[in-house]
Structures are given as C-alpha cells and as structure tokens.
Design a protein around this ligand. Structure first.
Ligand code: KMH
Ligand code: ZN
Length: 274
C-alpha cells in the first residue's frame, strides 16, 4: 500500500465565517492555513478563493496571490478549484487553470447540490480537460455521482484525459451520492487499476470515510470545505486540527503519511526542487 496523501480543503465556496469563525478567507489567511495543514501532515491544498467580504471568487489574481503564498512558505501541491460556486460562469471557473498549477479539480458531470444544481455539462468538462492538458495541469476528477466516473473514462478514450487518473469521491453532498462505505467501495471498483483515489466525506461522514479509505489503500481529504466540526457540537479550531486527526488514525492503522514530495511521486507529478 502506498503512503497516504492527505489533502486539506481549506475554505470551499459555501461555508461562512458565521458558521465557522476560523474559516480562512483572505490570501494571507488561506496561506497561513495551508502552512498549518502542511505542518500537520497534508501534502495537497485544495483552494477556493474569496473576496475580502467573504464572497467566493474565481479571480485569477486572487488565486495567484494564494498560490504565491503557499509556494513561498511550503512544499505543498497547490490545487485550485474549477468548481467555484454553483453560480460561477464557465469562464470564471477556468481562470485559475491559467496559473498553470500542478493540479486542479475537474467535475465530470452535473448533480444536485443541496437546493442548487452544480452544472457540469459535457461541453464544460471537455473544455476544462483540454485546457488542463494543454497547460500540463493534472486534473483531480471530482465524482459526486457514479456517472461521473464513466464520463471521465470517456474523456480518456477521447484523448482529453491521460492515465493514470486521480479521482476524488465526494460523498454526502445533499442531493448527490450518499456517504457510505458501500458506495465508496462500488466507486473504487469502477476505476482503472492504475488510478489513484481520495475520499471527501461531507460533514459527519468525514472521519468514518477517511478511516475506510486509509484501510482500503485510498487517500483522504479533510477540511472546512467539507466539514466544520471536530466532533458533534464542537467546531474545529483549524484545518490543521482536522488533518492532525487523520495522521493519528493513519498511524494507528499502520499507514505512513506521504510528504508533498512523495505525493508527487504517487500521483505521477513532476518532481519540484525543494
Ligand atoms: N463548490 C462546489 C459547487 C470543486 O472544487 O471542484 C463545487 C466544488 C468542486 O467545490
Ligand atoms: Zn472545492
């Protein structure tokens, strides 16, 4: 079994400061949260940018500021979102890819997202995959529903995605695929043998699905984008606190945690100078 890659999803597009007072919002705060997550054991940061007022933005310059801070202060893999918020346009969503980050997310299908719809028609994900391919950006395929796996495999046949693929199974979003170990194991069975995968359990499902993924040989994403609580009724104090718990569980289960350098090797990303 490979070492465990932990991704910290630091901010997301939906959570507010009112819900989670420790939510990082400005590039300075997100940069600081990234360093804390790194020190706790994360090797990837999944990032959504926000305006100063807390509203989500896909502005390339704001992402650029965050990327600079992350790169200057840590060896982390920087993974911006192309999902943005449900109301962002296609053009807005693709802006952070223009920074040529090492990775970016790619959702390969449409699903309900609470009372909203997270819209990812075929034209969008083909365009996004093509752009990432041209710029040497490794996509993390975001799977909220099972058909999104098939759509990603079709992109491989079309020559728009290159193997080995990397998937993130996002389970427990209201309106999309439920957060059960049965669903996770079904999804894992569908992906190519050489693919890597991580799981994002939403809300109270974060830790149990993480534990399952650690045991199954997958990887784990935690952070305020997916879950704001440390335990029932107790808000987490930082993203780092959530990462640290995964490191403890991994240790108990005998799984070593990957450094960013090792995560690059596992994911087939080019090495970067220390
Ligand atoms: N905010 C969600 C609507 C991603 O980052 O690629 C979409 C999302 C996926 O968070
Ligand atoms: Zn996201």
């Amino acid at each position: 079994m490979s070492k465990l890659i932990i991704t910290a999803a630091l901010t997301g597009a939906e959570v507010t400061r009112k819900q989670q007072p420790n939510l990082p919002i400005t590039p300075e705060e997100i940069g600081q949260a990234a360093v804390e997550a790194y020190e706790a054991g994360a090797s990837i940061v999944h990032v959504h940018a926000r305006h100063e007022d807390g509203n989500p933005t896909q502005d390339k310059d704001v992402y650029g500021e965050i990327q600079d801070k992350v790169k200057k202060n840590s060896p982390l893999i920087f993974q911006p979102s192309t999902g943005g918020a449900v109301w962002h346009s296609v053009e807005e969503r693709l802006q952070p890819v223009m920074l040529n980050p090492e990775m970016a997310t790619l959702s390969t299908g449409t699903c309900n997202f609470g009372r909203d719809v997270f819209s990812n028609p075929q034209d969008f994900y083909e365009q996004a995959a093509r752009l990432m391919g041209e710029r040497g950006v490794k996509p993390e395929v975001e799977v909220f529903e099972v058909g999104m796996v098939d759509n990603a495999l079709r992109l491989v046949k079309q020559g728009l995605l290159k193997k080995p693929l990397h998937f993130n199974f996002v389970l427990g979003v209201p309106g999309a695929m439920g957060a059960s170990v049965r669903n996770l194991s079904y999804l894992v069975d569908l992906i190519p043998a050489d693919a890597t995968w991580t799981v994002s359990g939403i809300g109270r499902y974060e830790t149990p699905l993480a534990a399952a993924a650690i045991a199954m040989g997958g990887h784990v994403r935690v952070g305020f984008e997916d879950n704001i609580y440390f335990r029932k009724g107790e808000l987490a104090t930082s993203n780092g606190q959530l990462v640290a718990r995964i490191v403890r569980i991994a240790k108990e289960l005998g799984r070593e945690v990957a450094s960013p350098h090792e995560a690059r090797e596992i994911l087939g990303l080019p090495a970067v100078n220390p």
